[in-house]
Design a binder for this molecule. Structure first.
Ligand code: 13P
Ligand code: SF4
Length: 382
């Protein structure tokens, strides 16, 4: 369980929300200067330009979790979404405080697995004799995009957390310990990773939390090597194989790079898969003149397109309607300014606190993740 401590603020949020974006810049910069090295601002690659330009470190979930865990700053202001801030609190030092500038910045995928549903699924697997409660028969593994309670659930049962940059390493870790993996909550990342590691789709079952026995027969569950939770990212699920056909027909030779949260059919057609950080790396390291269609959130794509224009590389979104993560978008310059000016005045607002009993096992699962490298299995050469 997480508590968000919204303490009474000297500067009320309402005073900021009606101000124009650009008027926040000098105020954010001044508050940041005043806080000095007591403050670390982390910014995910999906953040808006007006916000991410103030981040001390930008990155994917793995890089930001690592940066938070290594930081000695008193305050970590997380420009990202709730599960990222929770993880920073779990991995943080004692006395460190993590702030999420807008508490409404959640993740619809993380919301697709509730701890009570996961516990129910596990009970069924125990009843079927697939595992004992300690996870002897199946390793529970959760994508970073999940609540701290689910991370703790996995940690306590011999499992771990992974991100899109080390999911293959995490699967290998799991299969060294058991014959099966339960993967939460993104079916696509789980399927894409397991398939890339040579596990055929018929050896994977999908667990639908709204159906009896997850919509499976006992035989199906007993036979499956991977059980995938039926969750997805509504942003990445919008990319379709026909988008790839269309862009290739229009721009012969174009390279398609997508995030592994995209559906299997899209990942199969793409030239390369990568976490947000790896997508940037692939495009930045490509020769001049290369063209790219990118299947991920639009803020990353637009920023990369601007940056790469100088190198004569064309970067466009795979779906020209543009895929926006509305929860990442909630972190506005107004919210960031409000959080920082309050901090500078000694008021901690929107602090994210994970309860101690959850923290203990969530930390075990996250620390296992930080030790794991990966990415090579998912990546294909462009
Ligand atoms: P990354 O770890 O690749 O940044 O992914 C996080 C995320 O939420 C993508 O939708
Ligand atoms: Fe969650 Fe999808 Fe947004 Fe990533 S892009 S934070 S998975 S809703």
């Amino acid at each position: 369980m997480t508590t968000a401590l919204a303490e009474p603020a000297a500067c009320p949020l309402e005073d900021y929300l009606s101000e124009p974006d650009h008027s926040m810049d000098t105020r954010i910069a001044a508050a940041r200067r005043a806080l000095g090295d007591r403050l670390l601002i982390l910014g995910h690659h999906y953040q808006r330009d007006e916000v991410v330009r103030f981040a001390d470190i930008t990155g994917d979930s793995y890089k930001l979790a690592m940066a938070g865990a290594r930081s000695k700053a008193e305050f970590i202001v997380f420009c990202g979404v709730h599960f990222m801030a929770e993880s920073a609190d779990v991995l943080g030092r004692s006395g460190q405080q993590v702030i999420l500038p807008d508490l409404n910045a959640g993740c619809s995928m993380a919301d697709m697995a509730e701890i009570s549903q996961v516990e129910h699924c596990w009970e069924q697997l125990v009843k079927l004799g697939i595992t004992d409660d300690s996870g002897k028969g199946i390793v529970p593994m959760t994508y970073m995009n999940s609540t701290a309670a689910i991370k703790a659930f996995c940690g306590e049962r011999g499992g771990l957390v992974c991100t899109s940059s080390n999911a293959d390493g995490a699967f290998r870790w799991g299969f060294e310990r058991a014959k099966k993996v339960l993967f939460l909550p993104d079916q696509h990342l789980g399927r894409n990773t397991a398939y890339a590691m040579g596990i055929p789709r018929e050896d994977m079952a999908v667990w639908d939390p709204f159906q009896i026995m997850g919509g499976n027969t006992p035989e199906r569950l007993r036979k499956a090597r991977v059980i995938l939770w039926k969750g997805h990212c509504s942003v990445h699920q919008r990319f379709l194989p026909e988008h790839i056909d269309k862009v290739r027909a229009k721009h012969p030779g174009i390279k398609v790079v997508v995030h592994p949260e995209c559906r299997w059919e899209v990942c199969q057609k793409a030239d390369a898969l990568g976490s947000t950080e790896n997508i940037l790396k692939i495009v930045r390291e490509a020769p001049r003149g290369t063209k790219f269609a990118i299947g991920t959130e639009i803020h990353l794509v637009n920023r990369l397109a601007k940056e790469m224009a100088a190198q004569d590389k064309l970067v466009m979104s795979l779906d020209n309607t543009g895929c926006l993560c509305t929860t990442m978008f909630r972190i506005s310059p107004q919210h960031l300014c409000w959080a920082l000016e309050n901090l500078a005045q000694g008021n901690v607002v929107n602090r994210i606190v994970v309860e101690d009993e959850v923290k203990q096992w969530a930390r075990v699962a996250l620390e296992r993740m930080l030790d794991i490298r990966g990415g090579a299995v998912l990546a294909k050469a462009v």
